[in-house]
Design a protein around this ligand. Sequence first.
Ligand code: SF4
Length: 333
Amino acid sequence: MKSHSIIPIFLPELACPHQCVFCNQRNITAVESLPSEEDVLDIIESHLKTIKAAERTCEIAFFGGSYTGLSIDEQKKYLKLAAPFVENGDINGIRISTRPDYIDDEILDVLKKYHVKTIEIGAQSMDEDILRRSGRGHRSEDVRRAAQLIKSAGFTLGIQMMIGLPGDTAEKSLETAREIVKLGAEGTRIYPLLVLEDTALAEMYKDGKYEPLSLSEAVNQTAPIYQLFEENDVLIYKCGLHPSEFLHNGKLLAGPWHPAFRQLVQATIFMKKAKLLLQKDEKIIGFEVHPSDINAALGFEKGNLKELQKNRPDFRILQNENIEKGEIHAIYN
Ligand code: SF4
């Protein structure tokens, strides 16, 4: 199977007049102005040199700000640079991310014309009170409307959500995830909320008006959401922020950041299933999983294995190519 690679082109907050309480887009992207046309072409061409076309599918991704918050002319300017790479077959498609209230039929026509395939909208939550307290400046109805327009126009729909927003709870986050599934999203990103310096959230945190989730709370709240998306074939493009996205700025103030957040979530899901199996059958002496699931099964720094070995020192977790992804097979003596 071909692997998939992304050529990321970051467009910072300059495109966005809003100020969500958590957002300091410059900290996230470390880019302080919109890239020039030469920059964009350089990024695409230098990535393409490192990608073996026969082995990969590849997309250009305009990320960072709200793409469709740019003027139509500016949107076209960037898309005109990227579109020829799709037309000559070097690239399989273009993806953009934006706000739900920046989607309408005219915008979708432009995106379609220039080969955009995937549109990701930042819902963050589907709860009105949370959206208001987070300063999002849009309503859940905007997400529903945008999702419906995007789907009817034939794009692939991604909807991003956050965990731990002001006023959020585990149940409210799960409800947001359920609605993302219902809206027909094909992909998602799950971001536990972090407190970055120079944001309104940082002030709320310093004033004692916002308490971030602990790491274990964030992992435990994300696990059922992750499972729900998997069960409904919603691709989880990302779960947690990569350190390169903000840590080099040294601006993380507080919050449940971990270098392997996704693995922690997957490990939690595995342990829940493993414990259920062990409760039903004490004769189990180990588990086998597909090789792609072995890191999740072992846990971060083999935390799951160590825990399972506390009462059963010889307990094993092995990989086996013949086992379906996501399945756990019990080993007996
Ligand atoms: S809409 Fe996006 S870019 Fe604009 S302030 Fe909110 S998070 Fe930042």
